[in-house]
Design a protein around this ligand. Structure first.
Ligand code: GLP
Length: 251
């Protein structure tokens, strides 16, 4: 595991943006998995700004998001489809058929999950997966306790995120919501992974995920086992990591 600690949020966003652009420039037809949320919004904006100033070839690039909400219309501005479409797909002139996403509405989500994986495999497999981390250590939407070997599935959301989605969409308290997420085993098959976290609120879970035991209780801890995983942090998110750990892993 390689560790990169940037001094502040701006430097973190720039570093994340360059990891996405580098993947696009290095491989025609790169397959890049993204993550939505506050962690990645800034880096997506910088990717878009750099593309506008210095356009590069995106005609073969395949983008997807690691997870998606279920049982809400895609037009909900907080759906992962809508967010990535708005933040990157439109800005980078990605052909719509190169944006691979599961449907948010389906009468057979098992088939939808299998179809999502099949399309990623047909595209050549994932070259780079960007991930955020939830306050409880979730990656994608795989909550603590998810078996590492579970394939892409529909998971419950964490309570904080679910409450926000319910507030924003106004759906009834008993309306079933979930998150279609690539399984941890599927995420681990990505050729390269960047786990990104910024802000003091992520410092403790980052310490547990990187320095604690590999355990299904903290889904992100599985990334300790990935042969090409970089952890990209700002100084606040890195603030609880022991100095010798930082020294041993820093790039
Ligand atoms: C949600 C998303 C994840 C994201 C996580 C962290 O659960 N589905 O993909 O990594 O939240 O979000 P944030 O970056 O806003 O802290």
């Amino acid at each position: 595991m390689k560790l990169t600690v940037e001094r502040d949020e701006r430097a973190f966003d720039v570093a994340g943006a360059w990891r996405i652009i580098r993947q696009i420039l290095c491989k025609r037809g790169a397959v890049i998995g993204l993550a939505t949320g506050q962690t990645t919004g800034g880096m997506h904006q910088i990717v878009s700004e750099i593309y506008r100033a210095y356009p590069f070839d995106t005609s073969e690039v395949i983008l997807f998001n690691v997870d998606e909400l279920t049982n809400l219309d895609r037009s909900y501005p907080g759906s992962c489809f809508a967010m990535i479409d708005r933040q990157l797909v439109q800005n980078l002139d990605i052909p719509p058929h190169h944006f691979i996403m599961p449907l948010t509405l389906s009468d057979d989500f098992e088939r939808e999950c299998a179809d999502f994986e099949r399309r990623l495999t047909q595209a050549g497999g994932v070259d780079l997966q960007i991930l955020g981390i939830g306050w409880n250590g979730h990656i994608g939407i795989n909550q603590p306790g998810t078996p590492f070997g579970r394939q892409t599935w529909v998971s419950p959301m964490d309570s904080v995120f679910e409450a926000r989605v319910r507030r924003e969409t106004g759906v009834a308290a008993d309306y079933p919501l979930g998150g279609l997420t690539r399984g941890i085993v599927n995420i681990m098959q990505s050729r390269r992974i960047v786990l990104a976290a910024k802000g003091a609120a992520k410092a403790e879970i980052i310490r547990q995920a990187l320095c604690g035991p590999v355990s299904e209780a903290i889904p992100a801890s599985a990334l300790q086992l990935h042969p090409a995983c970089e952890v990209l942090l700002d100084a606040e998110a890195a603030s609880l990591l022991p100095t010798d750990f930082v020294r041993a892993h820093a790039s």
